[in-house]
Design a protein around this ligand. Structure first.
Ligand SMILES: [Zn+2]
Ligand SMILES: [Zn+2]
Length: 372
């Protein structure tokens, strides 16, 4: 074992009963085609909260928005990844097979080997019983298997900002690729969470003429963060139609793009479509509960609307997100970071599930800052 990695590492182990405990895992030498990442920041997102709330089938080290420093990597891995130990990297959550039709087409994020809905596995969802156990970001070290997807970060990019890479890359893909947003268009973002704020930043960067971010009354602080990014904000209080309030925030105009990163209520689909003008696009980022929504097909046809659903991002938007974050112009450096140590992960997941989490959606586990 090289001197760069210790013999064991601490991790926060999420348990099937919804709690989490600290556990020390042995570390083995990485084979020639794999490596170890020293985790510096691991972002917590709604998926983690949902995984815990739904009940994990097995104890798991969560954390799938991971950045850190390559501690060690075998010669094959270094060549394949184009990295050397010491490089700063962001890790995509996908663990694609690399040789199926889906992977060959470039859509490796939908490879059955890594598609959760097909029983696939990802960083941060692999049970801890699978060797070497350290397969999530909520740990001092993350094992990088041969099929890990990693991207180099500029060394000067602060870790808390680097932890925005995946949400920002998602937002860029969803707005600029899926919704084909162009400068001068008007954008509505439903939900001021991790992805909602990233989308607000991405829309501003794309030169949107107006960006309106909508949230619930309990989202007050997060809407303030959206306002700090230069967005208009609307509190959706139910009852009195959200459409007229949002349209007023748009200066009486229709929206060109609505990005739904908000509530699970399927009724948002119905009224979001009415916000759109000719050739408008509605982008859905996660399933509704219940899953079925009423859609006015007459409206879809008359206004030539597009209804897109999205999942993850293609790698080119990772590159763009890194450029934006490194340029200092993303605006996301103005969003506060709630940093926690490994010992606090369980409590934080419970707070987030109960809706009593921090006012900022940027919650980051920093395994090195608070030692076990
Ligand atoms: Zn996530
Ligand atoms: Zn594949």
């Amino acid at each position: 074992m090289t001197a760069l990695v210790p013999d064991s590492a601490w991790a926060s182990l999420a348990l099937p009963d919804g709690t989490a405990e600290l556990r020390r895992f042995p570390m083995r030498e990485a084979p020639a085609d794999a490596g170890w990442l020293r985790v510096t920041a691991s972002g917590i997102c709604g998926t983690d909260v949902r995984l815990c709330a739904d009940g994990l089938p097995e104890p798991t080290v969560l954390g799938h928005h991971v950045v850190g420093e390559l501690a060690t990597a075998g010669p094959l891995a270094q060549r394949r990844w184009g990295l050397v130990p010491g490089d700063h990297v962001v890790v995509e959550e996908y663990l694609p097979c690399g040789h199926c039709e889906t992977c060959a087409s470039g859509w490796y994020r939908l490879c059955p080997a890594t598609d959760l809905w097909s029983g696939g596995r990802r960083i941060g969802t692999v049970p801890a019983s699978v060797e070497p156990g350290l397969s999530g970001g909520n740990a001092e070290y993350l094992y990088l298997p041969a099929n890990a997807v990693v991207h180099k970060l500029p060394p000067e990019l602060p870790w808390s900002l680097a932890a925005w890479t995946l949400p920002l890359a998602n937002a860029l893909d969803w707005l600029l690729e899926a919704a084909a947003l162009v400068a001068g268009e008007r954008v509505v973002v439903l939900g001021p969470g991790y992805h909602g704020l990233a989308a607000a930043a991405a829309a501003k960067q794309a030169g949107a003429a107006a960006v309106v971010v909508c949230g619930r009354p309990s989202d007050g602080k997060r809407l303030e963060l959206a306002a700090n990014l230069g967005c208009e904000t609307v509190v959706l209080s139910g009852g009195a139609g959200p459409v007229s309030a949002i349209r007023a925030a748009l200066g009486g105009h229709s929206a060109d793009v609505v990005l739904d990163a908000g509530a699970s209520d399927p009724d948002t689909i119905r009224w979001s479509l009415t916000l759109l003008g000719f050739r408008g696009r509605l982008v859905l980022t996660s399933p509704k509960e219940p899953a079925t929504a009423a859609v006015d097909t007459g409206l879809l046809t008359r206004r030539m609307l597009t209804f897109r659903a999205v999942r993850g991002r293609s790698p080119r938007w990772i590159t763009r997100a890194i450029e934006l974050l490194a340029s200092g112009k993303s605006g996301l450096d103005h969003v506060p970071t709630a940093e926690i140590g490994l010992a606090e992960v369980g409590d934080m997941l419970a707070r987030l599930a109960a809706g009593t989490g921090p006012s900022t959606p940027h919650v980051v586990v920093c395994p090195g800052t608070v030692r076990a």
